[in-house]
Design a protein around this ligand. Structure first.
Ligand SMILES: [Zn+2]
Length: 293
């Protein structure tokens, strides 16, 4: 039987906030069995906490923002994607402000921090969300499906009318090894004209070629170039994995995305949760042959 997991001990990641441009930090802190994943704003009176759940998603514009009654936590998806890939069930994520360090715009530093202290098994079985039948959500040409699958697999297609991006597709079984090799280092990306507009509104003040792939009308602006020719679609898989943590349980299924971003992911996750016959909450042994497909 697969048991729940948390971190062996506390570990910190430092950086700057993408919007404020100011230094910020987070601490990953071990949590007891059956806790789930919580953000804690340790800078605020009473240290309010917020569970990572689909209902607590408050904004899905350029990034996923979780919000409570009077506070929020922005750009959660990159650190959450590392949790998803490592199958961490229980964790507190303490923050000293409203933003998570953007680091290099990928999940690399979060993965490294988590791996540096290691994980421990806990004395409670993990409950998976085992997809029983296909489910579909779409808006215009943005589409998202989940179908039954023995594992966690993501197939993602993007299509941007830009000479460096164009149509890109990635199909990957997610585990710690594939995540580290194929996904974790893929950076977020932004178009120069959008960044200028955001900065005029006082946002993305920390955005630079240190923490994103920058694009003008035709080219990549980063002098070092791309980490993968299809780094863009890899980053979309990274984002989707992070958003999957809002499901509250590790997904056992095949997620298929076409031009789908944070908004579609949030609506898909909510749709899954609203239809109890779509998935079964199950404990799994190492032998998956008893699965109903
Ligand atoms: Zn992202």
């Amino acid at each position: 039987m697969f048991l729940q997991r948390t971190l062996r001990r506390r570990v910190q990641v430092q950086g700057i906030g993408i919007h404020s441009g100011k230094p910020c930090r987070l601490d990953f802190v071990p949590a007891p069995p059956n806790t789930g994943v919580y953000f804690i704003r340790s800078d605020l009176p009473g240290k309010p906490h917020l569970q990572v759940s689909a209902d607590n998603v408050k904004a899905t514009g350029n990034a996923t923002t979780l919000g409570g009654a009077d506070f929020s936590v922005a750009t959660v998806e990159h650190c959450l994607s590392a949790l998803s890939a490592l199958r961490i069930d229980n964790l507190f994520i303490e923050l000293d402000g409203p933003e998570i360090p953007i680091c290099d715009g990928s999940a690399r530093d979060f993965l490294k921090a988590l791996q540096s202290v290691g994980l421990v098994q806990q004395d409670q079985p993990r409950k998976y969300a085992l997809i029983q039948e296909p489910i579909y959500y779409s808006e215009g040409d943005k589409q998202a499906y989940v179908v039954p699958y023995q594992g966690l697999r993501i197939t993602c297609t993007i299509d941007f009318p830009h000479p460096v991006i164009g149509r890109q597709k990635l199909d990957v079984d997610i585990n710690e090894v594939s995540f580290e090799r194929e996904i974790a280092t893929a950076r977020t990306f932004g178009f120069l004209k959008d960044v200028v507009a955001l900065q005029a509104r006082g946002l993305a003040l920390g955005g630079s070629l240190e923490n994103a792939i920058g694009l003008d009308e035709k080219n990549v602006l980063n002098p070092e170039g791309l980490r993968f020719p299809d780094e863009f679609v890899r980053h979309k898989v990274l984002d989707a994995l992070g958003d999957l943590v809002t499901l509250g349980k590790p997904l056992m299924g095949h997620l298929v995305l076409h031009k789908a971003g944070h908004d579609i992911m949030n609506k898909l996750v909510k749709k899954i949760l609203e239809q109890p016959n779509i998935f079964k909450s199950v404990e799994l042994g190492a032998d998956l042959s008893s699965l109903p497909f």
